[in-house]
Write a protein that binds this ligand. Structure first.
Ligand SMILES: O=P(O)(O)OC[C@H]1O[C@H](OP(=O)(O)OP(=O)(O)O)[C@H](O)[C@@H]1O
Ligand SMILES: O=c1cc[nH]c(=O)[nH]1
Length: 173
């Protein structure tokens, strides 16, 4: 096991990603942040919280999206859906999709399909905490990346969150 990000590094990375999103989007009224269920939501909530504290005067459009029934891969177990909550229109907005790990790109492909059911965004960007680069099976790349790592198929990135696991840490198993 190798630590990719310690708790302190993770906190700094989340701050950086939030600042980069603000740097590229001065007008937050046109922006929607959407966390991918289940694991992307831990990250998206932290980023949304950070952006709200940096821009307390604006109300951030924040939602969560389940992609279970849009996946193109067969799972061994019965699929269990999570909640989707997008209480605003994405029509003509800039949507920033947030997930914890980008590996093959299939989750994000599914997320794009699921998102389109809510309208036609003007632009969609992708923000991930860990980019397992050179592992993609689809032409999908992040616009905001916490850390890009090299890894092999037998490895797995695991992201631990205080709220769920009692600690903040990212490891490569
Ligand atoms: O780019 P991809 O290959 O789609 O992998 C990335 C996804 O994998 C993880 O989810 P999850 O553990 O639910 O998916 P997995 O079982 O495919 O790893 C992670 O939270 C990402 O959503
Ligand atoms: O390493 C990986 C690959 C896909 N999903 C994860 O959560 N970790």
């Amino acid at each position: 096991m190798k630590t990719i990000l310690t708790g302190d590094q993770l906190a700094l990375t989340i701050k950086r990603l939030s600042h980069q999103i603000l740097e590229n989007n001065s007008d937050l009224s046109e922006v929607c942040i959407i966390g991918i269920q289940p694991r992307g939501v831990w990250l998206s909530e932290r980023i949304a919280q950070e952006i709200r504290s940096l821009r307390p005067e604006t109300s951030l459009q924040y939602g969560i999206l389940d992609i279970t029934f849009y996946r193109d891969d067969v799972r061994n177990s019965l699929p269990v859906a999570n909640q989707t909550d997008i209480p605003f229109s994405v029509e003509n907005k800039k949507v920033i999709i947030i997930d914890d790990v980008l590996y093959t790109g299939r989750t994000i492909r599914a997320a794009l399909d699921a998102l389109i059911d809510f309208g036609r965004p003007r632009k969609v960007e992708l923000c991930v905490l860990i980019d397992r680069r050179f592992s993609r099976e689809l032409p999908i790349q992040p616009d905001y990346s916490g850390k890009a790592i090299d890894s092999i198929v037998s490895q797995r990135v695991k992201v631990y969150w205080k709220e769920n696991h009692g600690k903040d840490e990212v490891v490569l198993l």
